[in-house]
Structure formats: structure tokens, C-alpha cells
Design a protein around this ligand. Structure first.
Ligand SMILES: CC(C)(COP(=O)(O)OP(=O)(O)OC[C@H]1O[C@@H](n2cnc3c(N)ncnc32)[C@H](O)[C@@H]1OP(=O)(O)O)[C@@H](O)C(=O)NCCC(=O)NCCS
Length: 154
């Protein structure tokens, strides 16, 4: 069934944290997600399955600061990845950021995260920075971060 994309609220924090737990080795807690959603000019867009008891299947979360917006986290439920939902959610999130005054998006992505890099590449994001050994989780090898950016044009 085609997911529905809508703006999120702190009421979605628990579901976002649960989904993060399925996607990342170091997910945010419900309190962390709530704090992020509650920031001034925070933007949360969520995708839910259609139906009477919709389940969260994706989210994009960030914050506008003056004319720039930072994408802090995006995730799609593993079972529905690579079906165009990440792109649709990112586009909805970008449109909302633009409506709040942003004209540029910045984000960080792990250099070895090929699905995420493919998504950002498909949306026209370009590399503007490289942070050596930026991601260090547990005892795994440190992974570089790429800083990507894209203008929000009409
Ligand atoms: C990254 C993520 C959000 C992408 O969402 P998605 O719904 O799977 O992506 P889409 O189906 O919209 O695909 C967007 C583009 O990326 C490509 N892509 C998606 N998954 C891919 C994969 N596993 N391998 C290669 N390319 C992939 C698609 O082909 C598409 O490119 P195209 O338009 O040129 O064909 C999703 O994989 C995810 O949640 N990953 C885990 C969390 C994560 O890493 N978040 C990002 C942190 S920066």
C-alpha cells in the first residue's frame, strides 16, 4: 500500500526512536528525538502506511537556522527501502524547509553508506567537506563523514 507523507510532531517521537533502533547502531532515545522535534524551526516529515492503524515507515528530521537547513537524520523501514520512499520523503522535507526560509541544505553522511549516498546524489547533493574518522561507534574502525550540500531552488 502506498505510504502517506505528512508533517510530524512530538507525538511521533516514540515511533521515530523505534525506527532508528532498527536502522542505526547508536539510535537516539525517545527523549533525544523529542528534544530534536521540539527545537525552534525543527522539521519532521514522516511516512506512514495507509490504513486505520498506520505504522511509521520513514522519517526525515532536521532544523532550519536562518536561511540554511540541516538534515540531521533520515530513515526508511528496511522492508520498504529502495522503493522510492526515501526520495519522496526527502523532497517533502526540502519543500517544508524552503517554506520556512531555507535556501540551502547541509548534511553529513558516512562515506561507506552507499544507499544514502545514492539518494543524496540522485537529489543533486554535492560534497562540500570531508571529516576524517568522524564516526566512531564502539570498537569499529572510524568512518569518514562527507559533508554534502544542495541549494533549494524553485
Ligand atoms: C538511505 C535511505 C534513507 C534511502 O531511502 P530509500 O527509500 O531506500 O531510497 P529510494 O528508494 O528513495 O532511492 C533513492 C535513490 O537511491 C538509490 N538507492 C537506494 N537504495 C540503494 C541501495 N541499497 N543501493 C544502491 N542505490 C540505492 C536508488 O536507486 C535511488 O536512485 P535513483 O533515483 O538514481 O534510482 C534508506 O536506505 C535508509 O533508511 N537507510 C538506513 C538509514 C540511513 O542510512 N540513513 C541515512 C543516514 S545519512
Amino acid at each position: 500500500m502506498k505510504p502517506v507523507i505528512r508533517s510530524g510532531s512530538p507525538a511521533d517521537a516514540e515511533a521515530v526512536a523505534r525506527l532508528q533502533g532498527q536502522l542505526f547502531p547508536d539510535p537516539w532515545s525517545v527523549a533525544d528525538v523529542t528534544a530534536q522535534i521540539s527545537l525552534p524551526n525543527a522539521i519532521l516529515e514522516v511516512a506512514t502506511s495507509a490504513g486505520s492503524a498506520p505504522d511509521l515507515c520513514g522519517y526525515a528530521l532536521g532544523q532550519v537556522a536562518v536561511d540554511e537547513v540541516e538534515l540531521r537524520s533520515i530513515g526508511i523501514l528496511p522492508q520498504v527501502q529502495n522503493q522510492g520512499l526515501g526520495r519522496a520523503l526527502l523532497i517533502a522535507w526540502e519543500i517544508r524547509a524552503k517554506s520556512l526560509g531555507a535556501n540551502r541544505v547541509v548534511l553529513e553522511v558516512a562515506a561507506n553508506n552507499m544507499p544514502a549516498r545514492a539518494l543524496y546524489n540522485a537529489r543533486g547533493y554535492l560534497k562540500v567537506g570531508h571529516r576524517l574518522g568522524y564516526y566512531r561507534t564502539g570498537r569499529t574502525t572510524a568512518i569518514d563523514a562527507l559533508v554534502l550540500a544542495r541549494a533549494l531552488v524553485d
